[in-house]
Design a protein around this ligand. Structure first.
Ligand code: 5AD
Ligand code: SF4
Length: 480
């Protein structure tokens, strides 16, 4: 595209969002349709997501933009546009990621017009962007967590100029509303209620790459949920790094209640809660509203009060135990799941025993266990007494054995019961089965017609298999 035309197009662009991006989406569509005409085929895209539910949701928004531009989604990485939405919570993911970038270089040799785009948390780290710019010149677009809504504009600039584009914002106080997303499931959807995190747990990079907390207005959230419900969504998951610090003119529990009362919505979940500010009001609201799922993800991180203090978590072992007990007493059938880190700097065998003790006492229904990973820029990265690899590996194995045994026992307690399952998808290993979830988030596989996908059905939980069940549709069993 010549410079005059490019400047003319840029000069005409509206300032306001999302109008500006709609404009660039239209401009991209024109270019992409031209290329597609020359090639005699549709252009394809592949969106690869790493990390948490926030990234999953961001990727749905990005895929929507790409489809509007005219790209067709494909599963393989030989696509015309390959996008990686990255995670940087733990170091080993970064190493694997550079490996994938290397592989893409040869894919780009086969298809020199391929566009490679990177976004997400890793891109908020200046040294990562510098490495990519120096060593991976086949990458065409780089943007961060604060400007995903600008994909169309950045892509247009690249398509028009063939100059690689990088735009990373340090932070933002802006929330761009009305960004549609391409949902993976027609019947369930994540809904952002807040962005960022202010907690600065000493091991965690999230506050640096996702910025300060910003909460969406309740009326925007409720409008989105009503629109989703009209579109056939039955389950929503309210998303935030720490939903309990949602700040608006209503509290988080009140928001949760109002969302659960939107007509057509059958289930509401939320993720993630910080134990330091999970309120009694929240426990009561969950207890009194059956549409709110019987599941609380409550990251423990460590059972040692000393380590929790060094982690800057603002609760101690006893606080956590009391909270878990209150939740279990007030909400029958609730599952409590958690995240645990082993090998935080200075963790001794005694500290680790405290963690095992909490696992025994709370009896987590399932737990994600992580080996501590040093993230530069965080407080913990410069702490002394980093724990040796052998010791960490040994503790990790012992912890995993314990959480696995307990979650098996927890799952076993519902064996034989008939419970409601939201049928979600055809089982990837055995296509005669559907897979779905209980309100408490356990997975159930059962024989049924794919037509039932998206519906809540009664299933008898025949056998508990560790983290999941095999069941039978209750229509086929006698409900005695
Ligand atoms: N090392 C290991 N695990 C981490 N997490 C966050 N930061 C780190 C780190 N530096 C884990 C925490 C958090 C989960 C999403 O990832 O347990 O709850
Ligand atoms: Fe990280 Fe702590 Fe914020 Fe969670 S609450 S994202 S662990 S800083």
């Amino acid at each position: 595209m010549n410079n005059d035309l490019l400047n003319h197009i840029l000069a005409q662009a509206p300032e306001e969002e999302p109008a500006r991006q709609n404009y660039f989406t239209g401009e991209c569509r024109r270019v992409v349709s031209g290329i597609s005409g020359e090639k005699g085929r549709h252009l394809t895209c592949s969106v690869n997501t790493f990390g948490c539910q926030m990234n999953v949701k961001d990727s749905e928004k990005l895929l929507y933009i790409l489809k509007e531009i005219g790209y067709q989604e494909t599963g393989n990485e030989d696509a015309d546009l390959v996008l990686f939405n990255t995670c940087t919570v733990r170091e080993n993911a970064n190493q694997r990621f550079y490996g994938r970038l290397g592989t893409l270089k040869s894919a780009k040799k086969r298809n020199p017009d391929m566009i490679i785009a990177l976004c997400g948390c890793m891109m908020q780290e200046p040294q990562v962007v510098q490495t990519i710019r120096e060593r991976y010149s086949h990458v065409n677009l780089i943007f961060g967590t604060h400007n995903i809504y600008k994909l169309a504009e950045l892509l247009f600039l690249y398509l028009a100029s063939h100059v690689n584009q990088t735009e990373i914002l340090d932070g933002t106080d802006k929330i761009v509303e009305n960004l549609p997303s391409e949902r993976k499931f027609s019947f369930k959807s994540g809904v952002n209620i807040m962005y960022g995190c202010n907690n600065f747990c000493s091991y965690c990079i999230v506050p640096y790459v996702r910025g300060r907390e910003r909460s969406r207005a309740p009326e925007d959230i409720l409008k989105e949920v009503r629109d989703l419900s009209r579109d056939g969504v039955r389950e929503v998951m309210l998303l935030g790094q720490n939903v309990n610090s949602y700040k608006a003119d209503i509290t988080f529990p009140e928001l949760l209640r109002q969302v659960s009362e939107v007509p057509g919505i059958r289930r509401v979940r939320f993720m993630t809660s910080h134990p330091k500010d999970l309120s009694e009001e929240l426990i009561r609201v969950i207890r009194d509203h059956p549409k709110i799922c019987r599941h609380i993800h409550l990251p423990l991180q460590s059972g040692s009060s000393r380590i929790l203090k060094a982690m800057n978590r603002h609760y101690n072992k006893q606080d956590y135990l009391s909270l878990a007990e209150k939740i279990r007493n007030e909400i029958p059938g609730v599952s409590i799941t958690t995240d645990i880190i082993v090998g935080f700097p200075g963790e001794t065998e005694e500290d680790f025993q405290e963690t095992l003790d909490v696992v025994e006492k709370v009896r987590f229904d399932s737990a994600f266990t992580f080996i501590y990973s040093k993230r530069s820029g965080t407080k913990a990265a410069v702490m002394e007494d980093q724990v040796s690899r052998e010791v960490v590996d040994d503790r990790f194995r012992r912890l995993l054995d314990l959480v696995t045994r307990i979650s098996r026992e927890q799952t076993k307690q519902y064996e034989g019961l008939v419970m409601e399952v939201l049928a979600e998808e055809v089982n990837s290993k055995d296509p005669s089965l559907l897979s779905g979830r209980l309100s408490n988030n356990s997975v159930v596989h059962f024989k049924a017609d794919p037509e039932l996908i998206g519906q809540i059905v009664n299933v008898k939980l025949d056998t508990a298999k560790g983290f999941y069940y095999y069941g039978t549709l209750a229509d086929d069993v006698s409900l005695s």
